[in-house]
Design a protein around this ligand. Sequence first.
Ligand SMILES: C[S@@+](CC[C@H](N)C(=O)[O-])C[C@H]1O[C@@H](n2cnc3c(N)ncnc32)[C@H](O)[C@@H]1O
Length: 323
Amino acid sequence: MFTETIAQYSIAEFAGEVRAGLTRPGQKELPSKYFYDEVGSALFEVITLLPEYGLSRADERLLRDHAEAMVRPLLPAQVMVAELGSGSGKKTRWILEALARRQRTTYYPIEISPAALTQCAKELGQLDCVTVVGVERAYLEGLASVVADRRAGERLLVLFLGSTIGNFDRGPAQRFLSEVRRRLQPGDALLLGADLAKPLAQLLRAYDDSLGVTAAFNLNLMARINRELGADFDLRTFEHLARYDELERRVEMHLVSRCRQEVSIPGAGCTVSFSIGETIWTESSYKYTTDEIVQLGESCGFRAETQWVDQEWPFAETLMIAE
Ligand SMILES: C[S@@+](CC[C@H](N)C(=O)[O-])C[C@H]1O[C@@H](n2cnc3c(N)ncnc32)[C@H](O)[C@@H]1O
């Protein structure tokens, strides 16, 4: 239907985070949220189609098969839907259709990637009885602006799908969901997707596919720094690495320097040295057990209402009600 975007991207913030992450002592790091420029968002969509990356298909099967049951506990109230980091929003269609069969529904995808929001408006903007209002903001700021739009008697369903919660370290995940809860009212709901622990080989293939799309997605972070901050990363001198930390139960993605080198990043006001084999840690994907997800929700002020688990690819959707 229509899309209204409140733009908010700051190159100064990007430059500051790049400088801080690459000049800190010890392990170099870059925040994974910067993967998602136009190229990164397009590559992520391709990743979701890869045979090795069963996660998105598992999530979509659960949403397709259980959308009615997922929205039922919120009815018969009028329900507004907000999605944290919607991406293209492809899978969300099932939830919106389940609601739109009963009521006119407003959907707020909250995204820092304008390209993802454009794609999302294309995917979902044509659904009958659904109004899409794109919110180009970080998760919590976006959620605060959605809540400010709430009318008396409306309930809010917050979607956090695709296991994006796995990109937070465990402590920050708990603090983040508590902040989400603080913006909700009792009776609102959170539908939380989370990837579950599974055999090592299957996990590593999901983050290091044979076509090299995940490698391109990872390396695009350097290409983005070249494009936006005028850096001179030579992408051929870095390689993608996915590894599993058994103790933490997380897949880590790194970019490994193949040689000793210096990279200049004028837009961030720094030059960065790399030794052979030194890495930049770009993303973590923590894996959960079904009980851990319930406990996590409960520790943040939610009551777990129902949990659905995919049988083909261990993945859980958990509906939590704000208490
Ligand atoms: C792993 S993708 C998941 C996309 C989609 N939810 C799915 O399940 O396929 C994460 C999405 O969250 C967005 N994102 C990352 N960090 C964000 C932040 N701090 N605030 C808002 N959106 C963010 C990214 O642009 C990206 O589209």
